[in-house]
Design a protein around this ligand. Structure first.
Ligand code: SF4
Length: 322
């Protein structure tokens, strides 16, 4: 069994208290069984080496719904263990090994195949988004581990991985403009995006389940942007960022799309998300006076990821119109 990841994966470091959009705010985190038992053991045994004030917080900070334990969000939807310096008191008191699996894992995601596990970093984390979008050279996949136990990929998995590598090749062909690469990718997958104006697509995005009102405000503000009147050659210096975005989306979703017989829809989803982000970026660029454009792009992508990608029901809804 192999462990495969994009080549930037091992460079990721959480920036913790320097993070503007801390993942410990706004998300209710489920606690896995193993960690739940560990916390419950601390609460009932009250070990002398752990401050009693922390044990009380642990007891008060955990809620239960049916059989699931989760951290009860405090004021402003903050995790009850996120201190005023935006550092985690569980790590500070019990050590990093004491985190539940979701906190340990975030922002990582995994896809499973017969002979490999693929692991990547999700764009809803601003530091992961920075690392991925600003990577100047082409992203490659590398083997991070191999237990040498021979497993054979099924035919469908081989096809999925082959098709995905072709999508990578198309999207990473820097000899042609980005929008042509995007069209070649959808052509390769035998699909064209439904003809809709930017405003019509925006209305569809606005109809999705929402996490943060800022995303809705951004979409509404630039709903009437006219892509046909914008000179997209002005975005050429950001082609590499958009290439990284599509390669990320393909790495995360495409092979599963092939396995589910929805390769075309998945390619259309990638193209649609990319077009929406490019249009928003272009519209903001037109009105921005002196902001850092890279930071702006990272923020749009982070928001898109948290709002669209991290909601199965939003992805489903978008897929249903493709
Ligand atoms: S969003 Fe990313 S950088 Fe920010 S606290 Fe979470 S893991 Fe760290």
């Amino acid at each position: 069994m192999k462990l495969i990841a994009p080549d930037y994966y091992t460079d990721f470091r959480c920036i913790a208290d320097k993070c503007k959009h801390n993942c410990c705010i706004g998300w209710e985190i489920d606690i896995d069984e193993y960690t739940r038992s560990y916390y419950e053991e601390i609460i009932s045994a009250k070990p002398a080496e752990i401050p009693s004030s922390f044990i009380n917080r642990l007891s008060e900070g955990i809620s239960y719904s049916d059989d699931t334990a989760y951290f009860r969000l405090a004021e402003n939807e903050r995790c009850p263990f996120l201190n005023k310096n935006n550092l985690c008191d569980i790590i500070l008191t019990l050590g990093e090994d004491s985190l539940c699996s979701i906190c340990t894992d975030h922002p990582r995601f995994r896809n499973y195949f017969t002979d490999r596990t693929e692991v990547g970093l999700g764009l809803c984390c601003e530091e992961a988004a920075r690392l991925i979008l600003l990577k100047p050279d082409k992203t490659e996949l590398c083997v991070l581990g191999d237990d040498k136990e021979a497993q054979t990929l099924g035919d469908d998995e081989q096809k999925a991985i082959y098709m995905r590598s072709t999508v990578f090749e198309i999207m990473q062909d820097r000899s042609i403009p980005f929008e042509i690469r995007l069209r070649k990718m959808t052509d390769y997958c035998g699909i064209t995006l439904p003809q809709k104006s930017h405003a019509e697509w925006t209305d569809i995005f606005l109809s999705l389940e929402r996490l943060d009102d800022k995303w809705g405000e951004l979409l509404t503000k630039y709903r009437d942007f006219a892509p046909d009147e914008f000179d997209f050659t002005k975005l050429e210096s950001f082609d590499a960022c958009f290439e990284q975005l599509t390669v990320y989306l393909a790495f995360r979703y495409f092979s599963d799309g092939v396995l589910q017989n929805t390769a075309g829809k998945t390619a259309a989803f990638i193209a649609l998300c990319c077009n929406m982000i490019r249009n928003l970026f272009a519209a903001i660029m037109l009105s921005a006076v002196s902001s850092d454009l890279s930071d702006m792009l990272i923020e749009i992508v982070r928001m898109f990821s948290a709002e669209v990608e991290y909601s199965d029901c939003n992805i489903e809804q978008l897929m249903s119109v493709l």
